[in-house]
Ligand binder design. Structure first.
Ligand code: AMP
Ligand code: MG
Length: 410
């Protein structure tokens, strides 16, 4: 029995959540940490910001001094970023201040330099063109975080903003989850290595390079085990080697053809099957299983051999498993809705369908346009695509302007 697309999404996520959280950690420098997953909670080592910080070049003032006309104050000094104004601001005084400088004591606001002028008669007198509220153009000490407060949780993928934040709290060598090791096995008598020269009836191994990239992109470390022929004992041997990894991906040989041995070989290794077939196109033969290796449960993804099917199944299902192994919070594909740029017509099928598509336009005019594609082998269309359009079973025609579900193509 095929699982529906929605059932499959749910089952993959439940399976991912059942896997133990990795306890394999390492420390890496910030320069090496982009894309890694934080394995320790990081706290502010001091108040953020550590002082009342000016966000503008201008003049630090007491807002109450600028309520009534004439709005003029005596400038008693200058403070730049990296400096501290030693004195205390008294009534009627202001201090020239630069962005990033600490607010002098006694001041409670900063007026932008654009709203001031120097008195023509007296350089020490500053004229203000407008009033101001206390707190304007100042970020108060600790407004972003109090000393000791958590600023980054365990499981956060380290993106540039988060890395900047880690740097600001002095976390130079964060603890991260080790990248899960992913073994990729490609199968098929017709599949030859990329560097070889294929005979007319042979196919180059697209899937290994493609899946290696997808695994790396989503946080895994990939070990390509090369193409293996459609021979059950060779496949069995290769799978046994692969079980040393944290996740095994097999492509090809998962359908019902005479030379499709993956499911039988997994069975012979005592696999538990969580999914074996999904009512979707492409990606229908997708298999999710696990095999015991000593005390470890090793998840196995059986992906169809057709490159587009393999990538779609990995991007929608495999990523949830990989995210768990990488130490990320539960991951599920996010679907969003966009209007179709052109009408779409297809023969209705009993499956959820996914098709490569391009985005066009900007903002509220953003639309999605399906690409011509020749079915699940068509990497030309997939490489051209920005996203996938996801249509429910039995969809026949969709009018231009109708909203359709769209999802990342991986
Ligand atoms: P299979 O799922 O083994 O029946 O393969 C389905 C289709 O995908 C066939 O046309 C295969 O030649 C093709 N295919 C299988 N494995 C690969 C691979 N590693 N790279 C490119 N195409 C493949
Ligand atoms: Mg095959």
């Amino acid at each position: 029995m095929l699982a529906s697309f929605e059932e499959a999404l749910g089952q993959v996520q439940a399976f991912a959540a059942s896997l133990p959280v990795s306890a394999r950690h390492e420390r890496v420098s910030l320069a090496q940490a982009v894309g890694r997953v934080l394995a320790e909670e990081v706290r502010a080592d001091r108040d953020q910001p550590p002082f009342d910080r000016s966000t503008r070049d201008g003049f630090a003032v007491r807002a109450a001094d600028l309520v009534a006309e004439p709005r003029s104050l005596t400038c008693v000094g200058t403070v730049a970023a990296g400096e501290r104004f030693a004195g205390q601001l008294a009534a009627g005084e202001c201090v020239e201040i630069m962005t990033g400088a600490p607010l002098p004591e006694g001041a409670d606001a900063v007026v932008m330099v654009e709203h001031t002028s120097r008195s023509p008669n007296d350089a020490a007198t500053v004229l203000f063109t407008a009033g101001i509220q206390a707190g304007d153009n100042v970020v108060p000490r600790a407004a972003e975080a109090l000393a000791g407060a958590p600023v980054v949780p365990v499981g956060r993928r380290l993106d540039p903003a988060t890395l900047g934040l880690l740097a600001s709290v002095g976390k130079a060598v964060p603890l991260v989850t080790r990248r899960p090791r992913v073994a990729v096995i490609t199968t098929g008598n017709e599949v030859v290595p990329v560097g070889g020269s294929p005979a007319p009836h042979q196919i180059r191994n697209s899937n290994e390079a493609m899946l290696t990239a997808a695994v790396q992109r989503f946080g895994g470390e990939c070990h390509g085990l090369g193409p293996v022929s459609d021979d059950p004992s060779a496949l069995r041997h290769m799978l046994q080697v692969a079980l040393a990894a944290d996740l095994v991906i097999v492509t090809g040989g998962v359908s019902k053809g005479k030379h499709d041995h993956v499911k039988a070989v997994l069975e012979s290794l005592g696999a538990t099957f969580h999914l074996a077939g999904v009512a979707m196109r492409p990606g229908k033969p997708f298999v999710l299983a696990e095999v015991a290796a000593g005390r470890r449960r090793v998840p196995v993804l059986g992906l169809p051999g057709n490159p587009l099917s393999a990538l779609v199944a990995f991007g929608l299902f495999g990523r949830s498993v990989l995210a768990r192994l990488a130490g990320l919070p539960p991951w599920a594909p996010r679907f969003f809705a966009l209007p179709l740029a052109v009408p779409l017509a297809q023969a209705p099928v009993a499956f959820t369908s996914l098709a490569p598509a391009r985005l066009a336009g900007q903002g509220v005019d953003l639309t999605v346009e399906p690409l011509d594609f020749q079915g699940s082998g068509d990497l030309v269309a997939m490489a051209d695509a920005d996203v996938l359009i996801c249509l429910p079973p039995q969809t026949a025609a969709v009018a231009a302007g109708s909203f359709v579900r769209v999802v990342d193509k991986a």
